[in-house]
Design a protein around this ligand. Structure first.
Ligand code: GTP
Ligand code: MG
Length: 313
């Protein structure tokens, strides 16, 4: 029978009254299958349910039923077993919030879609029911670790020396003044995390205090942020002398030259930027996005176990 049910009252925990919701396109078929006199849409009535108990049966619309028997454990188990025998599917978790879903993948997809942070998640999630229906297990799956970043924002830590434009860079990529930028070393005292959309991927951008010397509290906060990050940007002032010792020379995924309107960098950089003129800001956003969620993974046509990522979120 194409119908599903869910206990609205705490699963199998006993209570005075239990509420079991049934979603079905064929309520009349359901009434026939359990030998129960039908209840009209908009009405409620007391009915004997599955030979187990007298229950209030409410039908707010043509495709939704609420069955409210006494809430003892034995009755609840009996009703669940009876519904299983009739071929109703038991909805998992919050899945019954999506009665319009046509199958279990679509139910899960609608739940995850409501929580996903990145615009790039939308098209991919909407396509998952089709992909799972056509799935050949021999083909394997898309990279769930990488794709989970579309649901749960990955952490990007911007670290570097003091007063070299790290906070201004965050303001430039976010298109808003979210971080305090000021012409004085030590303006950023704590790690500041902000959600920023970069080329369709939402990341948590950690603006860290400048590292003037290793071992200082500021450096410890910055390095701690870098350790936790999915992607570390090492920001270096474009006018820095490449031969100067750099206290912030920590291991990083990308080197970003800042304040490049004041002079082109004399060192190798993955991105050359100016928060003042906007130079390289869009390119940096694309580079971060493609480093965290490469095109090859986003374009992978195979299905994605997206519900695991949502469960960890
Ligand atoms: N010319 C120019 N100046 C910039 C640019 N970005 C930042 N600045 C200036 O550089 C100074 C320091 O900028 P911040 O963004 O506060 O630098 P920071 O690295 O966050 O500094 P701390 O938090 O103190 O480590 C400010 O006076 C900014 O106006 C830029 O792209 N070009
Ligand atoms: Mg700062």
């Amino acid at each position: 029978m194409n119908a599903r049910y869910a206990a609205e009252t705490g699963g199998s925990r006993p209570g005075a009254v239990a509420v079991i919701r049934i979603d079905t396109e064929d309520a009349d078929g359901f009434f026939r299958a359990c030998a129960m006199a039908p209840v009209s849409p908009g009405a409620s009535a007391v009915r004997r349910v599955l030979g187990l108990d007298e229950a209030l049966v409410a039908r707010p619309d043509s495709r939704t039923l609420f069955i409210m028997p006494h809430g003892g454990g034995a009755i609840l188990r009996g009703v669940a077993e009876g519904l299983d025998r009739l071929g109703l599917r038991r909805a998992e978790g919050d899945a019954h919030r999506w009665p319009e879903a046509r199958d279990a993948i679509e139910e899960r997809m609608l739940g995850v879609l409501a929580e996903a942070t990145s615009p790039r998640a939308v098209g991919l999630l909407l396509d998952q029911p089709r992909r799972w229906r056509a799935h050949d297990p021999g083909d394997g799956m898309a990279d769930a670790h990488v794709l989970s970043r579309l649901i749960r924002p990955p952490l990007v830590a911007a670290v570097g020396g003091a007063n070299i434009g790290k906070s201004s860079l965050l303001n430039a990529v976010s298109g808003a003044s979210v971080a305090l930028a000021f012409d004085r070393a030590g303006t950023t005292r704590d790690a500041v995390g902000v959600l920023v959309e970069l080329d369709g991927l939402v990341v948590r951008w950690l603006d860290t205090p400048g590292i003037d010397a290793l071992g200082t509290p500021a450096a410890m906060i910055a390095l701690d942020g870098a350790r936790q990050a999915d992607l570390v940007l090492r920001c270096v002032d474009s006018t820095a002398d490449a031969s100067d010792p750099d206290p912030a020379a920590i291991e990083a995924d990308l080197v970003v030259a800042t304040r490049a309107d004041r002079g082109r960098p004399g060192f190798r950089a993955d991105a050359v930027t100016s928060a003042s003129t906007g130079l390289g800001i869009a390119e940096l956003a694309r580079l971060i996005r493609s480093s965290l969620t490469p095109d090859a993974v986003l374009d992978d046509p195979r299905p994605w176990r997206f519900w695991d990522a949502a469960a960890q979120a």
